[in-house]
Design a protein around this ligand. Structure first.
Ligand code: SF4
Length: 96
């Protein structure tokens, strides 16, 4: 599983391009989602999302995905689970 995650990190630009292509398509399908019913459509979509994003990005299903803004890196993988960093831990400087 971890090797798949590493592969996804190495190919993040590919996944970002894929997102840029499919996002407008999903938005244009709005009438279809509306006719099916959002709650009815949500169940199979969230199952697919959980499997695929869990495998590729170690997704925690936070409900506010910002993968497209973070270079396909999930901020919820931080041990502190901070979505809006920086937490300061990585930029801390040693005292002189
Ligand atoms: S930000 Fe991370 S945990 Fe939240 S939905 Fe996106 S991939 Fe999942």
């Amino acid at each position: 599983m971890y090797s798949i995650r590493l592969w996804a990190v190495r190919h993040a630009s590919f996944f970002e391009s894929l997102y840029r292509i499919f996002e407008p398509v999903i938005v244009k399908m709005q009438p279809l989602w509306k006719s099916i019913g959002y709650q009815r459509a949500e169940m199979p979509v969230s199952v697919l999302e959980k499997i695929s994003k869990g495998l590729l990005f170690d997704c925690k299903m936070c409900g506010q995905c910002i993968l497209s803004s973070t270079g396909m890196s999930c901020p919820m993988n931080c041990p502190k689970s901070l979505r809006n960093g920086p937490c300061g831990g990585g930029t801390r400087q040693r005292p002189l």
